[in-house]
Write a protein of this length. Structure first.
Length: 370
């Protein structure tokens, strides 16, 4: 039986997020068992007059490939994938899987090669040259990570993914305006006192047109301006391993000390390339439905009352000059039950314990977005 919620989600992805137009080529790139949503998307793309193309990827088969991957192989794969991506006008990426740690036993060297030689070249085409959106797909594994029953998680998922993003978009305008006028940012919380500049780097709102679920406004720090220490209180999965209690110390923009539950592994990632120890993104999360981490960054980076700080590659739209083959969003939640915290813009307190405290931003507090 077709689920009407899938048709509604597909409609959001095709007609709001990517705004498919007649004659446009649309790549549906799906990882995991997501065939029902893929079928709904194909129908919606055809209804919009577009041409759907589909890539289906099995996570376990992908792991098997990565265990023995080599540079020659990746070079050929990259050449093919980049050429294909250049033919696309829109990209819809669906991510699912029964095990978030599927790649945990792939070597750091192979993961780094895969990121640098295949993922980055494809993203360098996809991100600036297509209308794109990426989302997760609900399954029992995600429900388990969220400490919810499968049925309750599915209800939560569809509430979040099909919320009124146009209302959120309008409410974000005031935060974008304020960030664009801001020079100095200070982040304060347990184990955290970090300062940096965002002067002259654009603020970009994300309200359903690039990620589903969505709910963040991002910019980037001036590359060499970050100083201080930050302690993240949300678990942060990356390349098949879940890091906890990540603490980073910065001097003149560079991470000079990094510790976690696996400090050696953390530093191996941060040594991937020169840009991996500098930051490419600072973003404030505002989704009113997402309250707690579930070890899925597309959800966790939008948590109500959170911000994330991102070692690695910056976005072209908020360019600070940092280049890297990694882009690792690390999340800190500042609501009282997570230890609280403050965000200051130019010595003015704008958010305390996860709630905006200046009049022009109160529209972004959760009761005003639902």
């Amino acid at each position: 039986m077709r689920d009407a919620r899938l048709d509604k989600l597909a409609d959001v992805l095709v007609n709001y997020s990517t705004r498919v137009q007649p004659g446009e080529n649309v790549l549906i790139n799906a990882i995991g068992n997501v065939s029902e949503l893929v079928k709904a998307l194909i129908r919606k793309v055809y209804e919009a007059g577009g041409n759907p193309f589909v890539q289906l990827i099995d996570p376990q088969i992908n792991r098997e490939l990565l265990l023995g991957i080599n540079e020659t192989q990746l070079g050929l794969m990259s050449e093919s994938e980049v050429a294909f991506m250049k033919k696309m006008d829109c990209f819809i990426g669906i991510r699912s899987g029964d095990n978030i740690n599927e790649l945990s036993d792939v070597s750091d060297e192979n993961l780094s090669l895969y990121s640098r030689l295949l993922q980055r070249p494809v993203m360098d085409i996809r991100v600036p040259e297509t209308k794109w959106v990426v989302l997760r797909y609900p399954n029992p594994s995600m429900a388990q990570l969220a400490s919810m029953s499968t049925a309750a998680f599915e209800d939560f998922y569809f509430d979040v993914c099909t919320m009124d993003y146009s209302k959120m978009s309008a409410a974000m305008d005031s935060l974008v305006e304020l960030m664009n006028k801001t020079d100095k940012v200070r982040l304060v919380g347990p184990g955290t006192d970090l300062s940096f500049s965002i002067k002259d780097i654009p603020a970009i709102k994300c309200a359903g047109d690039a990620n589903i679920p969505d709910g963040e406004v991002y910019t980037a720090p001036v590359k060499d301006s970050v100083n201080g220490v930050i302690s993240f209180n949300a678990p942060t999965p990356y390349q098949g391993f879940t890091y906890e209690n990540v603490k980073l110390t910065f001097k003149d923009g560079k991470i000079i000390e990094a510790t976690a539950n696996d400090t050696v592994r953390l530093n191996n990632v941060l040594d991937t390339d020169e840009g991996a120890r500098y930051v490419g993104e600072f973003a404030i999360g505002v989704n009113p439905y997402i309250k707690n981490p579930m070890k899925d960054i597309l959800f966790d980076e939008k948590i109500d009352g959170s911000f994330h700080f991102t070692p690695g590659q910056c976005y072209d739209e908020a360019y600070n000059g940092n280049k890297s083959s990694i882009h690792w969003d690390m999340v800190m939640i500042q609501r009282p039950e997570w230890g609280g915290g403050e965000i200051w813009f130019d010595d003015r307190l704008i958010r305390k314990d996860g709630r905006f405290v200046v009049p022009e931003l109160e529209c972004l507090n959760p009761e005003n977005l639902k």
